[in-house]
Design a protein around this ligand. Structure first.
Ligand code: NAD
Ligand code: SER
Length: 318
């Protein structure tokens, strides 16, 4: 990977991945892009930035040729809750954008990393210790695009030799950029509200377990899998990865260790609750561990301690 293009770079993952990749590969070698112009100055001004709407395949091709890109990290997508409110747009952006990137890879010989999600599973999937290879019948448009996307990436690999790789991310927790409209977003908002108000009202019900991960581990997965020896990969699109699994009340108890007066109550959103209920409780990520050395560093305790410290600093709360 000498020249990298990141799509959807101003989102929750991209804004942090940009800074990490610039450190590793050099600022001039990481071309970032998004459909919007607004984002943190250090992300937008720290290296090449281009406006790309991923539904416009010609524009992706143009930028890839202009910068001689040899690896695309394709992040532009609509997430689960937004996807349910705009299913047509979700299909167009998630499938159209992925197809366009794969076509550019095929034509130019570019490699690609693109994330799938726990949303690629559905209510008929075994919910506990969910295997790598299992039933995938999701009931959301977002999930449909993720399964179809995994299949499309595998097709391009088998048919055209396009080297694309991906992971099924769980809910990602971070303090720099807010999440973009998913079902797991409660697990980020809770930290902000704990510090600002000492209380949080969860839109996800007590007892609802989902897989989660702290952003530094999620970023490490991009680098590690993109650089992994392809000959060692049995799976490609996409690997189960996880770092922890918890329900809202377990996250609240961990926060209470730092803020003893913190309280959690519930006002369940039926749409996002139905989505959460259709997803696994916990994934089996042993194939990722065996094939490319996946080994997350943060558990719930370590993540909570760092999230609260970093957010105190960011929000200027003593
Ligand atoms: P996000 O919503 O925070 O960011 C997505 C970015 O894509 C935004 O900056 C948005 O402006 C941009 N975008 C939207 N439509 C576009 C278009 N037509 N053309 C170009 N850019 C467009 O999302 P994220 O959390 O950073 O997720 C990135 C990827 O990771 C997605 O594929 C998502 O499905 C996947 N993922 C994320 C999570 C998570 O918890 N954040 C979990 C599982 C999978
Ligand atoms: N965090 C994502 C969402 O909730 C999972 O893909 O949509």
């Amino acid at each position: 990977m000498k020249k990298i293009l990141i799509t959807g770079a101003l989102g929750q993952i991209g804004s942090e991945l940009t800074l990490l990749m610039r450190k590793i590969y050099g600022a001039d070698n990481v071309v970032i892009s998004d459909i919007k112009k607004e984002g943190p100055a250090e992300v937008i001004d720290g290296g090449p930035f281009e406006i790309i709407d991923v539904t416009d395949g010609k524009r992706i091709f143009e930028v890839v040729k202009q910068y001689q890109v040899d690896h695309i990290v394709h992040l532009a997508a609509l997430l689960s809750a937004v996807g349910e409110s705009k299913p047509n747009l979700c299909w167009d952006v998630n499938m159209g954008g992925l197809y366009n990137c794969l076509e550019v890879c095929r034509e130019v010989g570019t490699t690609m990393f693109t994330p799938s999600s726990i949303a690629a599973f559905g209510p008929s999937t075994p919910p506990d210790n969910t295997p790598q290879d299992t039933i995938q019948r999701p009931t959301t448009m977002y999930g449909v695009t993720k399964v179809a996307g995994e299949l499309l990436c595998d097709y391009y690999f088998q048919r055209f030799g396009v080297d694309s790789r991906g992971v099924r991310y769980p809910g990602l927790i971070s303090y720099q950029t807010l999440p973009g409209g998913g079902t797991t977003d409660y697990a980020v908002h809770i930290y902000y509200d704990a510090l600002k108000h000492g209380r949080y009202t969860s839109f996800i019900a007590e007892g609802t377990k989902m897989d989660m991960m702290y952003m530094p581990d999620a970023l490490e997965a991009v680098i590690q899998l993109s650089e992994a020896d392809g000959s060692q990969l049995i799976h490609r699109n996409a690997f189960n990865i996880t770092a922890m699994s918890f329900a809202p009340e377990q996250l609240a108890s961990e926060i209470k260790k730092h803020i003893p007066s913190f309280t959690l109550d519930y006002d369940v959103d039926p749409v996002r609750q139905a989505i959460a209920d259709s997803w696994p409780n916990s994934l089996d990520d042993s194939d990722a561990r065996a094939e490319w050395g996946w080994n997350p560093k943060y558990d719930l305790t370590a993540m909570t301690s760092e999230m609260l410290d970093k957010l105190r600093e960011k929000l200027n709360i003593k």
